[in-house]
Design a protein around this ligand. Structure first.
Ligand code: NDP
Length: 329
């Protein structure tokens, strides 16, 4: 009745350490659905939770992993029965609650969604929170008027998880994608995902000097925040939108309000964590339809639980390319 999990413990000096341990089933938290986790993944937040915590983890010892996909083992929730394939992202699982870096997880049924038709549990985790969020961002831009043919769409942090999936979806939908990256080694990869042009990070990383620059981008999915987001706001075409997804480059926004007032730019906030169930289903359906699976395969870096302490540190340094998929089988 034991299972393997990555357990993060904190010592008396407040230092955390992560190791793979055999846990007894009695240690699983309360919840109405128990899942045999098949795959999990690595997101930026996982890097924080495997390491020092970043203020996200409530109690130690802790099992990180903000998303997982697997098969229901036991359920007292009417919506799920043993054998059902399910996916979980968000709801602070892996932060406030025990997460998916474990062969077994126990959660609230309302946090799960059924595995979308056309996706395997492995593909669902290759997408994971990062890909789900990228889809939400694409849908938000579409709801604010983005259409293929409007002009180039900028994706920042393009070689990361959110950026890779956003690039592949947008290109597949017929958009011209300009991919911002700080790593020259990823240029060919980004082109293979469908990027039409590469924008070196340094070209857009400088602090705003002029609040308005040439109108260049028809939309933007921003995983970086900070000075880059501030700069990009002044480069947007009239009446277009930026979907703000992440803060890999910083949480501050050293911008002026001029792009909002003189160009009618919209800054759209994207949250994937507390997104209600009804809004999750259409995003997963779109992912199954609009994300080419061969492009998704090209993003995958396979991993085991044992690899996560190192990979967690790497993602915090912006050194992970695409999507790390953790095999729990
Ligand atoms: P990754 O680490 O995979 O990707 C982030 C990318 O940003 C890196 O690969 C790198 O891309 C770029 N980057 C890293 N550091 C810097 C820097 N200092 N300046 C400029 N660019 C930098 O992370 P994810 O894709 O998983 O997540 C991206 C962001 O989105 C994170 O901040 C995460 O917390 C957030 N997020 C938010 C969600 C939400 O619900 N709003 C959900 C999921 C993620 P490159 O090498 O190509 O330049």
């Amino acid at each position: 009745m034991t299972f393997k999990a990555l357990l993060v413990e904190k010592n008396d000096e407040g230092k955390t350490s992560a190791s793979v341990q055999e846990l007894d089933e009695s240690r699983l938290p309360e919840g109405d659905v128990t899942v045999a986790v098949e795959y999990s993944t690595l997101n930026y937040k996982d890097g924080l939770c495997v390491g020092p915590g970043g203020g996200l983890v409530r109690n130690y010892p802790h099992v990180p992993g903000i998303d997982f996909a697997g098969t229901v083992l036991e359920s007292s929730d009417d919506w799920y029965k043993p054998g059902d394939k399910v996916v979980l992202t968000g709801w602070r699982v892996g932060e406030a609650w025990w997460g998916g870096y474990s062969q077994k997880a126990r959660v609230k049924g309302e946090w799960l969604v059924p595995l979308p038709e056309g996706l395997s549990t492995r593909n669902a985790m290759a997408i994971g929170t990062a890909g789900f969020t990228a889809m939400l961002a694409v849908m938000a831009l579409e709801n604010h008027g983005l259409k293929p043919g409007n002009g180039p769409v900028l994706v920042t942090g393009a070689a990361g998880g959110v950026g890779s999936v956003a690039t592949a979806i947008l290109a597949n939908l017929g958009h011209e994608v300009a991919a911002v990256t700080g790593r020259e080694s990823t240029w060919e990869y980004l082109k293979s995902l469908g990027a039409s042009s590469i924008v070196p990070r340094d070209d857009v990383n400088e602090t705003v000097k002029r609040p308005l620059e040439a109108e260049t981008w028809a939309g933007c999915i921003d995983a970086v925040g900070g000075a880059m987001l501030a700069r990009v706001l002044g480069q947007m075409k009239y009446g277009t939108s930026v979907a703000a997804v992440g803060l890999a480059g910083g949480a501050a926004l050293p911008a002026t309000v001029i792009p909002f007032l003189l160009r009618g730019i919209n800054l759209l906030g994207i949250d994937s964590v507390m997104r209600p169930y009804e809004a999750r289903l259409p995003a997963w359906e779109r992912l199954a339809k609009d994300l080419p699976m061969d492009k998704l395969d090209a993003m995958i870096q396979p991993a085991k639980l044992e690899d996560l302490p190192k990979l967690g540190a790497d993602i915090l340094k912006g050194q992970v390319k695409g999507r790390v998929v953790v095999d729990l089988n």
